[in-house]
Design a protein around this ligand. Sequence first.
Ligand SMILES: [Fe+2]
Length: 399
Amino acid sequence: MKKTTSSALLIIVLILCGISGCQSQTNQQPFTLTCTPYLQNLHQNGITIMWMVNNNATSWVEYGKTEQRGSKAVHTQSGMVDVNPGVQKIVLTGLEPGTRYFYRVASNEVKLLQAYKVIFGDTLFSETYSFTTPSASTRQFSFLAFNDLHSKPQFVNDIVKRENGFSFAMLNGDIMGDINTEDEIAKCMLIPFSNYFATGKPFFLTRGNHETRGSGARSLLKYIDTPSGKYYYSFTYGIACFIVLDCGEDKPDEHPAYFGLADYDNYRIDEAEWLSLEVQKPAFKNAEYKIVCIHMPITLQPQGEDKIGNGPADCSAKFAPILNKAGVDLLLAGHTHQFAVIHPQKGVTNFPVIVGGAPVSGNDQTKTTYTLVEVGKSGITCFLKKVNGDVIEEVKIKK
Ligand SMILES: [Fe+2]
């Protein structure tokens, strides 16, 4: 008798699962573009355009040199055009350097996707936006560096309006304070930055230690695009080459806070091997300016967990010897929440290190800083600024 009841229950559960399975194919939620476009991985011949929708969709980008656009790009994998909910990603290739492009994104809801039957829903279009590709002769440009926003990006909106001549933003780590769910990536980074500037100017992400924490952290790479497909990468913008390093966690891998799930010492060995090859490549060697971004400062200052933590010490030990021989002009960092300008110290760091500030706790914006970096014909000028735009310190790096 008991066995019969259990079987009956199982059948009911299977029927209900079957019904809900059908419902997931014909989602009743209105089809919505949940995050407007944000630009990634800009270079002189291409760009990646990403955005988000709530339901299953197939997407494309319409683009061209005029507002009428004219070209269309889709994303395929193994011959299949992408159909998925959530983040949408289209890579534009074959662009001309130093050229303004107009674009809009489109997503067509896919209500049912079966072997011999597909039901499409509505098609949504974004507004038309534009971006400009850099060229090898881009000799003058500026960018903004932010760090340690810890999921409070709101003040960035006023800054990007005031500093509107910048070409891109460098998000230098801990932009989010832990990532417990993937929704937080959209809510705390993608949606606000898309609204503030990223429909027309890209951001490059440097991963911070907090962005390794929580289950959503393991999916972060899905929401951005980098030239290497990893968190450490390099890119060229005009006469400058940038190297973005991933510092990993700040405490030793065996620290109880990581529950045996951290392996950053080995990760940084692989990364250092990559770095030693990357600084030998013509793109880096021949660049007029060489700029490195990493969340934790590399200073080779007193080591040990009590002072600066295992992560920063390990980054310094593994990366600084390579960078010191590579002719680096500037390193931008964050993490300490204490703004600082560390001038070159021969054999320690042969280049200036600028550390952006942030509140130690709470939301005291008087402790928050950002850096406007102007790259020009005669050198690099960094303006370490308060949120209201007041200059705290100006650093000139002359060639
Ligand atoms: Fe940090």
